[in-house]
Design a protein around this ligand. Structure first.
Ligand SMILES: NC(=O)C1=CN([C@@H]2O[C@H](COP(=O)(O)OP(=O)(O)OC[C@H]3O[C@@H](n4cnc5c(N)ncnc54)[C@H](OP(=O)(O)O)[C@@H]3O)[C@@H](O)[C@H]2O)C=CC1
Ligand SMILES: O=C([O-])CC(=O)C(=O)O
Length: 252
């Protein structure tokens, strides 16, 4: 599988460091608006540096988007006309008009869109549970001021509302709210808490439905290069990428 990478920051670096020759995944093209970051990955992989997206589109099986919601909204539809898409900035897909256009275009062009579970556990169980009725589904995210990009010494709720609003207000911190929402086709209830006493990115999910009830707490190790982002997000993409070459699939 030949892959083009858009966004050569924290997630892309972890992914590339973990993929081995036996995985049969070739990271070939790299683009980032920060050219130095793209150059670093190009050198590391002996790949090709791109000045724009179109330079890679006709020669890749899959584009890995690890850039931003803004990029995905602007170029996602163009990508799925040519190649499969793995997108990390899933918050962009809470925009229904964009999501429908993206999915319809991928259908028309026989390409696929993969959104890894990202920085939250339990998406597998939630997808299964949603076959039945879900009566309540909430996400409480607790992050340090550094992770949220603010300065404060007070622990307080910064936001309470729907996932669709959270991904707009916190585009670099609340993609998990979109993953949970889209995995069960509802705009879930979200609370964002800034807590100076934590050094992890913590996501608590509480689901109640006809299946029963579950509570999960993911205490994520932030990535040093970008404390907004948790290591698990990159690891979930690695697992998903590797699964695309496999015949045996465990879990939903
Ligand atoms: N699904 C999930 O659970 C999670 C998703 N994410 C999301 O994944 C994405 C990548 O995260 P991460 O690797 O930590 O981010 P980083 O900021 O470390 O890396 C992203 C890189 O992409 C570049 N970039 C941003 N917008 C564009 C654009 N329009 N065109 C070209 N390059 C662009 C950035 O440049 P610059 O720095 O100059 O903006 C940066 O170099 C983010 O959107 C993040 O919010 C993160 C964590 C969890
Ligand atoms: O990495 C995390 O903990 C979550 C995150 O940034 C996001 O959902 O965008």
């Amino acid at each position: 599988m030949k892959v083009g990478v858009i966004g050569c920051g924290a997630i892309a670096n972890i992914i590339i460091d973990h993929i081995q020759p036996k995985d049969n995944i070739e990271f070939k093209y790299f683009f980032d608006k920060d050219t130095e970051k793209a150059e670093e990955l190009t050198e590391k992989t002996n790949g090709i540096l791109c000045e724009n997206l179109s330079e890679m589109l006709n020669d890749v099986d899959l584009v890995l988007e690890a850039a931003s919601q803004e990029f995905l909204k602007q170029y996602g539809v163009e990508i799925v006309k040519h190649a499969n898409l793995m997108n990390m900035s899933i918050g962009a897909l809470m925009d229904e008009k964009f999501r429908k256009e993206l999915i319809q275009t991928s259908k028309n062009n026989h390409t696929n869109i993969y959104a890894p579970s990202g920085a939250v556990i339990g998406v597998d169980g939630l997808k299964a549970a949603c076959i039945g009725e879900i009566s309540s589904l909430t996400l409480t995210t607790r992050k340090s001021p550094k992770s949220l990009g603010i300065e404060t010494d007070k622990c307080e709720t910064l936001f309470k509302g729907k996932a669709s609003e959270a991904v707009v207000k916190y585009p670099k911190n609340m993609n998990v709210a979109a993953t949970l929402s889209l995995s069960c086709k509802r705009d879930i209830d979200v609370e964002v808490i800034v807590d100076p006493s934590v050094d992890r990115n913590i996501h608590e999910v509480h689901a109640i439905g006809s299946f029963g009830e579950f509570k999960t707490i993911t205490c994520n190790q932030p990535i040093k290069a970008n404390p907004k982002t948790s290591e698990l997000a990159a690891l979930s993409a690695i697992k998903k990428l590797k699964s695309l070459n496999k015949q045996f699939h465990v879990g939903t």
